[in-house]
Design a binder for this molecule. Structure first.
Ligand code: DNO
Length: 400
């Protein structure tokens, strides 16, 4: 397994000097400043690579290992406006990335909001903090802040949301609105409530079946090119893995992945297995998914979640990497088995890249700022824990 580290670029408060000390070598990065839909120019790809690799004479030992994300425009997801031009541009970017030697390209197909939380700084008992999704807060947002006419929840949840909202101080109401609107990677600003309403209106009439058909149309165009160029595309799951705000979400379960992988049956059409996103759902068996989809898993996000209660959907918070409802050790075992299978077949992709996904904000993390979920210390701890587990499992495999 190849250790990766997400780095948001020159504005990331976690400096590459610090990243070097984590031991991760494969930087996961994107050109967030290029508007979604535009081509990533060769020169800018080269500049990012050079920045990561370091100046001549002072090499960092790091390289740009994974692109996360090459964003897919809302036009492509809806098949409106400039969607054909945007697909052509996406393909052009694939050519440029392949020429620069990049191989693994992560993207997602979530409408409007990417990851969605109600808390970005939820305090844990030991003084660290994490991101959290509270179902009651989320329903309160949908019903009373966004005031979405079609918002519909189970009667008990509606009642709980009403009570929660009534007692919620104004400051928390604004914070909740900002937090829900924040789910755009690399974004400095959250969508406003009106912004969210405008985006939702653009998806009227697009149900899950239609969104899935659009994803397949997209993949039918981009995956053959990726295959030809020797690239591996990997779709990130929905986070959280269920429909939100009336928007369809189609990458939440093993069956969702199986449908998409079958529809465009090329090795280049693959999976980003994000254990935290998928793991929020009790019926997603992560080690089993790795065993069954493993052949097409090109990239891993490793983190854990603790579900708060039973039933579905459910509230959850992001827990320590080995400490939560995902059986991380079993998942790592399944990844190592997949790598052994690839090695036996002589495949060149037998070293699957992963990154410690998110992390608790601990010690001086809060003073550094930056993207929620991407602290230096918390992720470093997560990586160290994962590295330890991987070392033990690899040794046990070798000794068996
Ligand atoms: C959140 C991330 C996601 C991910 C995209 C990939 O922290 O895991 O934003 O980067 O969904 O396209």
């Amino acid at each position: 397994m190849q250790e990766g580290w997400r780095w948001f670029g020159p504005q990331d408060p976690v400096r590459l000097e610090a990243v070097r000390q984590t031991g991760a070598k494969a930087i996961v990065s994107a050109l967030h400043h290029i508007p979604t839909g535009d081509v990533w120019p060769r020169a800018q790809i080269a500049a990012r690579q050079a920045l990561i690799a370091g100046p001549e004479g002072g090499p960092t030992g790091l390289h740009w290992g994974v692109v996360e994300s090459l964003p897919v425009s809302e036009d492509i997801k809806r098949q409106t406006g400039d969607w054909r031009a945007h697909i052509a541009n996406w393909i052009q970017s694939l050519h440029h990335l392949a020429d620069a030697g990049l191989k693994v390209i992560c993207y997602n197909f979530m409408p409007v909001l990417d990851w969605t939380r109600t808390h970005i700084d939820y305090a844990l008992a030991d003084g660290s903090s994490c991101m959290r999704f509270d179902l009651v807060d989320f329903a309160a947002y949908d019903l009373f802040i966004l005031r979405r006419p079609d918002a519909d929840f189970a009667p008990e949840l509606m009642q709980a949301a009403q009570a929660r909202f009534t007692d919620m101080p104004d400051a928390r109401r604004s914070e909740l609105a900002r937090t829900v609107g924040y789910g755009l990677p690399g974004a400095a600003e959250a969508l406003t409530v009106d912004g969210v309403r405008d985006c939702l209106s653009l998806y009227r009439g697009i149900d899950a079946q239609r969104l899935r058909a659009h994803l397949v149309d997209f993949l039918e165009q981009v995956a053959p090119v990726a295959q030809e160029l020797g690239l591996r595309l990997c779709c990130h799951p929905d986070d959280p893995p269920f429909p939100l705000l009336g928007l369809p979400r189609v990458m939440s379960t093993e069956a969702d992945y199986a449908a998409i992988l079958d529809a465009v049956d090329l090795p280049a059409n693959g999976v980003t297995l994000c254990s935290g996103s998928l793991g929020a759902r009790p019926d997603n068996d992560l080690p089993g998914m790795m065993a069954r989809l493993g052949d097409r898993v090109h990239f891993l996000h490793l983190r854990n979640v603790r579900r708060e209660g039973r039933g579905w959907p459910v509230s959850f918070y992001e827990s320590g990497h080995l400490d939560g409802d995902v059986d991380m050790v079993a998942l790592l075992g399944a990844v190592l088995q997949q790598e052994a299978r690839r090695r036996a077949l002589g495949r060149s992709d037998d070293n699957i890249p992963f990154r410690p996904d998110h992390g608790l904000h601990m010690t001086d993390d809060r003073s550094r700022g930056g993207q929620p979920g991407y602290p230096l210390v918390g992720r470093h701890v997560g990586l160290a824990e994962l590295r330890g587990a991987i070392a033990v499992l690899s040794r046990a495999g070798a000794l068996a």
